[in-house]
Write a protein that binds this ligand. Structure first.
Ligand code: COA
Length: 401
């Protein structure tokens, strides 16, 4: 019997359905489903106390150093590293699928300019799906085609949203660039420097997959209904948007800017703690030590600052990390991936509210791998609830209320 069943102990004996609910022993509620497995998965692995993250058995530090986003996509989707020819095929498969139809560009252009790009991305992905051939969710080849289109075109949708809201025109994706290069090129209207491209490429590797987090769970729940990949992608973007999940990177930068310098950190932090607020970019449901991705992003930041000059906000970040870890480190509160990513993105010239869409761009790979995995042995998600409302409520006619 699966362990989850143990949570639902029933002592029901009555055949009367109206009485039976009163004889069921209350199941145990685990808030946030913390620690409850929702699926078996071979895609990624985390050891939260040792600070380990691996995709298909490959440690994230190794991938960040030696791999690139396209190779990591192959690894996550196929479960193994590609040979040279397979990697080249995936690169050209993605490059040839980056374009979006005029109707998608028009829809993106019609959205309110002051709305958040994560909402725009949800609309963009759903609209993009409407321009694509219908997906047969029972046919792995049909699903894989949609998966490749989503991974390839998400950068185009995000860059186009940004260009259109700045009053610029749609820029077609460059023919032979990799994902990071194509995205930065479309965003800024010119090919990026080698270090900018490599930095973003590495950030995409770091964000590509992360076990059963909220947006991945959302993706699997929607996938379990046999909805197609475009609908699943748009739903997962909605789940990622929240400040407790992907939206934290944007909030981190806002907080660091509002602190106004490393010297102000002690006062700012004391006030934050006194108000009971959480410090964005710290803490994690699984990691009880510093997020391994945060170490790598710090290394990338160092390289970027060497090439393009440092930023005072980084000193504020280091002072804040010291203050938080001194105070809460014993409780397992350390920087997570979002703490340093915004600093790097800002240095790359990316607007603050585009940080979370970039997270989505990378995580699309993980969501889609989970989509395919969910369909290998699908059963629609239908958890239980603990009903806390009234029973046998008396009916009072409208005129008597
Ligand atoms: N700042 C200050 N205290 C924090 C904290 C933070 N960022 N994150 C957790 N804590 C504290 C909580 O106040 C709580 O303290 P208590 O036991 O005294 O009540 C304890 O640590 C456990 O926190 P909780 O929110 O229950 O943990 P969780 O596993 O449900 O949540 C997060 C994990 C990520 C949602 C949470 O750490 C958080 O909100 N972090 C800030 C947002 C963020 O950076 N999100 C990106 C995650 S990659």
């Amino acid at each position: 019997m699966p362990p989850l069943r143990g949570f639902l102990r029933s002592s029901a004996t009555s055949n009367d359905p109206l009485k039976r609910h009163r004889t069921v022993t209350d199941p145990v509620l685990v808030p946030g489903l913390a620690g409850i497995p929702a699926a078996k998965s071979s895609i990624s692995f985390i050891d939260g106390s040792a600070g380990i993250l691996a995709y298909r058995g490959h440690r994230i530090e190794t991938l960040a150093e030696h791999s690139n986003f396209e190779e990591t996509c192959f690894l996550i989707l196929e479960g193994r590293l590609p040979n040279r020819e397979e990697l080249q095929t995936l690169r050209s498969d993605l490059a040839s699928r980056r374009g979006i139809a005029d109707s998608v560009v028009q829809t993106l252009g019609s959205l309110p300019k002051n709305g958040h790009p994560m909402n725009g991305l949800q609309v963009g992905l759903a609209t993009f799906g409407m321009t694509r051939p219908k997906v047969d969710v029972k046919d792995p080849a049909s699903v894989r085609e949609a998966v490749l289109c989503l991974i390839a075109a998400t950068p185009t949708i995000i860059a186009t949203l940004e260009r259109l809201r700045r009053g610029e025109d749609y820029l077609a994706p460059p023919a032979d660039a990799n994902t990071a290069g194509a995205f930065l090129h479309m965003l800024n209207g010119e090919a990026p420097s080698a270090i900018a491209e490599r930095t973003l490429d590495c950030c995409l590797v770091l964000h590509a997959e992360h076990t059963m987090n909220a947006s991945t769970f959302a993706a699997r729940v929607v996938a379990s209904t046999e909805a197609g990949p475009y609908t699943v992608a748009s739903s997962a973007v909605g789940a990622l948007y929240g400040p407790l999940h992907g939206g934290a990177n944007e909030r981190v930068l806002e907080a660091l800017e509002s602190i106004g310098g490393a010297v102000n950190v002690p006062d700012w932090y004391a006030q934050k703690r006194a108000s009971g607020g959480k410090v964005m970019g710290f803490g994690h449901r699984v990691y009880k030590t510093k997020d391994p991705r945060a170490h790598t992003i710090q290394r990338l930041a160092g390289e970027l600052f060497e090439a393009h000059g440092s930023t005072p906000i980084y000193d504020t970040a280091l002072a804040l990390e010291k203050a938080v870890v001194e105070d809460l480190g014993d409780k397992g509160i350390h920087p997570n991936v979002d703490f340093f990513s915004g600093i790097v993105y800002q240095k790359l010239g990316i607007p603050t509210d585009v940080f979370t869409p970039i997270f989505a761009l990378a995580r699309m790979v993980g969501w889609m791998a989970h989509y395919e995995e969910q369909h290998q042995d699908n059963r629609i998600f239908r958890p239980a609830q603990i009903y806390t409302g009234a029973h046998d409520a008396p009916w009072v006619a409208l005129e008597d209320r």
